[in-house]
Design a protein around this ligand. Structure first.
Ligand code: GDP
Ligand code: IMO
Ligand code: MG
Length: 439
């Protein structure tokens, strides 16, 4: 039995989907434990690209159970669009949804835009998927859970209260007219309730039973450490806990069940949305990486901000998540850059920091201190693929030095290295599904 968590160690879009899909082959159950349709997880299988907002990354394997855990906020419309896309592509994923997950309602989406506008310079540049307002309602105990959605009388009553409240809020506070009537929403969401019902089950209990039956469980994070509501760059992150602790609270199992925590690290930095990004590149190197890696948001299509690898962030991610392994991605994308830099520290008012400060106003004032490394050659797709057979030692020497430096500094071993987009393009150094006692 092994329970492994995959989390993003940076600002999101590190390649969690690809890493989770890779591990999903061995896992029996794959669980999404936080976030909602704000996530965009890409999997490239046999040259075909899939981008998932809700569906866990085990969805391409018919025999796996894919759980949407209680920590998720589910937007039914997008969820069913995803399912029908998968069905039309010949996949029939086995999905289980926690009755404790919350439902994103149309007024959450309207409020997301209105609140962003109101926040002005403090707007996070959200994905506009209603995430913040839905988690706000959850915390205020105003939310509508899946187990309430499927009880018609209860749903009607709650919707009545919430609709009145939100229409008033939108109109009187934000000056926005929300035109969907209570009845329209009730009818639409009652249809969703019927369609969701066969998928609803006690997912936490199911995961625990599987662990007891010696099965392998993969807990797939969304967003990333620096977007975590507590540990990220507040208020520029998302509205859920995205780090490893949330894998337990968002799926319904205890921390003593966890064996491995794998942090996905893109070998440079990328960020969609606003907020300080100390190593951001505004020059042609940043543009080169963006173009070469087609760094545009999977969920929203926005151009991603690009920067050098930021070690204080990765060290912080190791600390916050208790990382046991690193999964690097995009070694191939960063190839062909003559000199590459790693930010080893921040300088703040004459002090050297090896971890990010808590306040965004301080992060804004942090100056990155860099160590420069020789870049590595772009050896081309075929040779990168060959490295998956040849292993770490077959990589260009400069790339080996770069990766080893990061792993040594963070004091976490390398588990895998991505050298291309496809699910095959991974060099595996260590198996995440080895037993705890073997570590
Ligand atoms: P996620 O949100 O963490 O799952 O990441 P996204 O899917 O939003 O963005 C990661 C992007 O990097 C996707 O386009 C992936 O196909 C791509 N990707 C992941 N790993 C690698 C890699 O090792 N090499 C290359 N070239 N692309 C990769
Ligand atoms: P994956 O799982 C990158 C960012 C948004 C915004 C902030 C808040 O694909 O890594 P939200 O819509 O959650 O209220 O937006 O968080 N953000 C992401 N950035 N990848 C994601 O998910 C993200 N999910 C949210 O851009 O700055
Ligand atoms: Mg993404």
């Amino acid at each position: 039995m092994t329970v492994a968590i995959v989390v993003g160690a940076q600002w999101g879009d590190e390649g969690k989907g690809k890493v989770a899909d890779f591990y999903a082959e061995q896992a029996d159950i794959v669980v999404r434990f936080c976030g909602g349709a704000n996530a965009g997880h890409t999997i490239v299988s046999g040259g075909r690209r899939f981008a998932f907002n809700h569906v866990p990354s085990g969805a391409l394997y018919p025999e796996k159970i894919n759980i949407i855990g209680n920590g998720v906020v589910l937007e039914p419309k997008r969820f069913f669009e995803e399912l029908s896309y998968l069905t039309s592509a010949g996949y029939k994923p086995n999905i289980v949804i926690s009755p404790r997950a919350h439902v994103v309602m149309p007024y959450h989406i309207a409020l997301d835009g209105a609140e962003e506008e109101k926040k002005g310079a403090l707007a996070a540049g959200t994905t506009g998927r209603g995430i913040g307002p839905c988690y706000s309602d959850k915390a205020a105990r105003f939310g509508i859970r899946i187990d309430e959605l499927i009880q018609p009388a209860l749903f009607k009553e709650k919707l009545h209260t919430m609709h009145e409240l939100k229409v008033k809020m939108l109109r009187e506070i934000y000056g926005v007219e929300f035109n969907q009537t209570e009845e329209e929403i009730y009818n639409q969401y009652s249809e969703y309730a019927k369609m969701l019902t066969p998928m609803i089950a006690d997912s936490g209990g199911m995961i625990l039973d599987s662990i007891r039956a010696d099965k392998k469980v993969l807990l797939e994070g969304a967003q990333a450490t620096m977007l975590d509501i507590d540990h990220g760059v507040y208020p520029f992150g998302t509205s859920s806990n995205t780090s490893a602790g949330s894998a337990c609270t968002g799926s319904g199992i205890g921390p003593t069940e966890i064996d491995e925590v794998i942090g996905v690290v893109k070998v440079y930095t990328s960020r969609v949305g606003t907020g300080p990004l100390p190593t951001e590149l505004h020059d042609e190197t940043g543009q080169f990486i963006r173009d070469k890696g087609w760094e545009y948001g999977t969920a929203t299509g926005r151009p991603r901000r690009i920067g050098w690898l930021d070690l204080p962030t990765i060290k912080y991610a190791a600390q916050v998540n208790g990382l046991t392994g690193l999964a690097f991605t995009r070694l191939d994308t960063l190839s062909g850059v003559a000199k590459v830099k790693i930010c080893t520290h921040y300088e703040l008012s004459g002090r050297m920091l090896s971890l990010p400060p808590s306040s965004y106003t301080e992060i804004e004032r942090c100056k990155p201190v860099y160590q420069t490394f020789d870049g590595w050659e772009d050896i081309g797709a075929e040779k990168w693929r060959a490295c998956t057979k040849g292993g770490f030692e077959s990589l260009p020497n400069e790339a080996q030095t770069y990766l080893q430096f990061v792993s040594d500094e963070v004091n976490v071993p390398i588990y895998m290295i991505g050298v291309g987009r496809d699910r095959e393009d991974m060099i595996v150094l260590r198996d995440a599904f080895s037993k705890k006692s073997d570590r």
